[in-house]
Design a protein around this ligand. Structure first.
Ligand code: ATP
Length: 251
């Protein structure tokens, strides 16, 4: 079973190819870290997969009607600003819109669970626009969780979070995958990606250049070639350890 299937997905901006024949299947139980340097095409890939950008090729999600798509995949966009002066729990309840129970969404258990999972229960009555950047980020993750979908697509979900919150979100996503859901998250923290993801997909110049288990993907050669860095890589007692060390000249 696949939760998302991309076949030959391509997108150009003018004459410049930004996505080049992307093939990618994501199944239940996978926590896929989508990696790549700035401008590699990660956001474009996630948005094209969801049908939010016109692309050639095929995306199983983009092919769905909007309601069905919203029940199949929740999306956490890269932008984190909350513009609406609404209570936190009302923002989180927006995740229920595609479900038939949307009439009383604030009382739905998925909303309570999402607030609790993101440590937001005490903030649930606060005007969301008054929260700090990291708190707002957690509210938007909670909104995506409340959508209660088989697949979660998150664009840089841990950007701007403090270390405990970032690890908490990665643990949460790994837990969703262990429950049989699928998660695809673009990430710049290669260390957390290596420790928590079941699979890493590396984009460079709009192409997938590596795809596999973290230890197989994060090689010295790939780090130098794609990211232009040298790093310390080791097997720790409870997972891989990754410490970026310095910039290397790219080939
Ligand atoms: N609206 C646009 N018009 C022209 N070029 C664009 C547009 N949106 C994105 N691009 C270009 O497409 C490429 C991929 O952008 P994208 O945002 O997908 O990268 P990314 O991997 O998510 O980067 P980052 O890590 O910086 O968020 C970049 O070179 C970017 O400049």
């Amino acid at each position: 079973m696949t939760l998302m299937r991309l076949s030959g997905l391509s997108l150009s901006r003018g004459a410049v190819p930004v996505l080049d024949r992307i093939d990618l299947d994501v199944g239940p139980g996978e926590f896929v870290g989508l990696l790549g340097p700035n401008g590699a095409g990660k956001t474009t890939l996630l948005r094209a997969a969801l049908g939010l950008l016109p692309a050639t090729g095929r995306s199983s999600l983009a092919a769905l009607a909007p309601d069905a798509r919203a029940r199949q995949a929740a999306y956490l966009p890269q932008g984190r600003d909350i513009a609406w002066p609404m209570p936190v729990e009302a923002v989180v309840a927006l995740g229920r819109i595609a479900h038939p129970d949307a009439a009383a969404p604030r009382d739905h258990p998925a909303v309570h669970d999402a607030l609790r999972a993101l440590g937001l229960t005490a903030l649930r009555h606060r005007d969301a626009t008054t929260l700090s950047g990291g708190e707002q980020a957690r509210v938007l993750i909670a909104r995506a969780l409340a959508q209660d979908t088989p697949l979660l697509i998150a664009d840089e979900p841990i950007a701007g979070l403090d270390p405990a919150a970032a690890i908490g979100v990665m643990d949460l996503f790994a837990g969703l995958a262990r429950q049989g859901r699928g998660v695809v998250a673009s990430l710049h923290d290669l260390g957390l990606a290596a420790r928590h993801c079941t699979r890493l997909v590396v984009l460079d110049g709009g192409r997938i250049v590596a795809d596999g288990p973290p230890a197989a993907v994060l090689t010295t050669d790939l780090l130098a070639r794609v990211f232009g860095i040298a790093a310390h890589l080791a097997d720790g007692p409870d997972g891989p350890i990754f410490q970026p060390l310095r910039v290397t000249p790219r080939a």
